[in-house]
Design a binder for this molecule. Structure first.
Ligand SMILES: [Zn+2]
Ligand SMILES: [Zn+2]
Length: 336
């Protein structure tokens, strides 16, 4: 959920791809949860086999649980980039050489080169940005006017575990990162730049360049923005991050109702959104924010499991992208 496969030719990265959806009872009741391998086998885009990187923003089950299986069965050449907690939680499934703690690079403001082979010129560069996780939801106490915020499954894990977590609470949030992922040309210049977050935040946490202009003058091509979580009680989400990244294309992710199995969702007629959230309201705000930042186009709301988006590098081609987006004949239902 909220996961993406991004590709430029043979350069492929995954962002928190998860397909296994425990039910609300299993997740909130802390029952045993695990990867639904058959579902991953069916839905994971085959491009994932080529991936050099699996990028994880935080370690909740709905962003990390399927990574051990995907990294062993499909993306067998990829390293997993995430927090120390991410590496610790899945240490029983992958050798240490395939687990990269991005914390030191985030602290030093450094990019991490991703090479397809040792000694080769880097084709991608990943910039981790220290971020935070919003509350997940808020429940109003009837007749009282009181809202109780919920922020569950917190905590960090600093030592490698010997087995994978078996319950939602075991998938501890850990340190949280947003990212810039740069696709580089043969001269090492940035050709295409993606911003990714898997939880909404307020500035400056999770904001690239401390909210200032990009030092290399290269603006963001695609921002992958998180719609899920208690965004209404953040100060300025998504407006602030849209203004800060000024993307050519804006994709809104992590909006689907993830307590039901995503059973080949794009071939069904309806995709339902997260309960208790006013998804339409978020989309309207994102649209208005794009307009006020003088960005062309509209926010794109992709199908969570099977959208394939090709972003032409030609900046004149916005209309073509938006037209292409309409192809999967899926109705998005954004009820509360
Ligand atoms: Zn989370
Ligand atoms: Zn999440």
């Amino acid at each position: 959920m909220g996961g993406y496969v991004v590709q430029r030719g043979s350069d492929v990265a995954l962002f928190g791809t998860v397909y296994s959806n425990p039910s609300l009872l299993e997740a909130m009741g802390d029952h045993q949860i695990r990867t639904n391998r058959a579902l991953v086998d069916r839905l994971l885009p085959r491009e994932a086999i080529q991936a050099q990187a699996v990028v994880i923003g935080h370690s909740h089950y709905d962003h990390l649980m399927d990574t051990p299986y995907i990294a062993n069965a499909y993306a067998t050449n990829a390293k997993v980039y995430g927090s120390r907690t991410t590496a610790s939680l899945i240490a029983s499934s992958l050798p240490p050489a395939r687990l990269v703690d991005v914390g030191p690079a985030a602290a030093a403001g450094k990019g991490i080169d991703i090479n397809s082979a040792a000694g080769a010129t880097p084709r991608m560069r990943l910039w981790p940005i220290a971020s935070v996780h919003s509350d997940q939801f808020r429940v109003m106490v009837p007749l009282s006017g009181v809202n109780i915020p919920f922020h569950v499954w917190r905590g960090e894990v600093s030592e490698p575990l010997t087995t994978l977590p078996a319950h939602s609470s075991g998938w501890a949030e850990g340190e949280v990162y947003a990212y810039l992922l740069d696709f580089l040309d043969d001269q090492g210049r940035v050709e295409f730049r993606i911003y990714y977050q898997d939880s909404g935040t307020d500035a400056p946490m999770g904001f690239p360049w401390g909210g200032k202009e990009p030092p290399d003058g290269k603006r963001v091509d695609v921002s992958l923005i998180c719609l899920g979580g208690d965004f209404e009680h953040l100060h300025n989400h998504p407006e602030a991050i849209i203004k800060a990244t000024r993307p050519r294309y804006l994709l809104l992710g992590h909006w689907e109702k993830f307590f039901v199995a995503q059973d080949d969702i794009c071939r069904t007629s309806t995709v339902r959104a997260i309960p208790l959230q006013d998804t339409h309201y978020f989309i309207r705000r994102a649209k208005a924010a794009m307009k006020s930042a003088r960005l062309d186009g509209k926010p794109i709301v992709p199908c969570p499991t099977a959208s394939v988006l090709n972003f032409p590098i030609d900046p004149a081609n916005h209309a073509a992208v938006h037209k292409a987006m309409k192809k999967p004949s899926t109705t998005y239902e954004f009820g509360r």
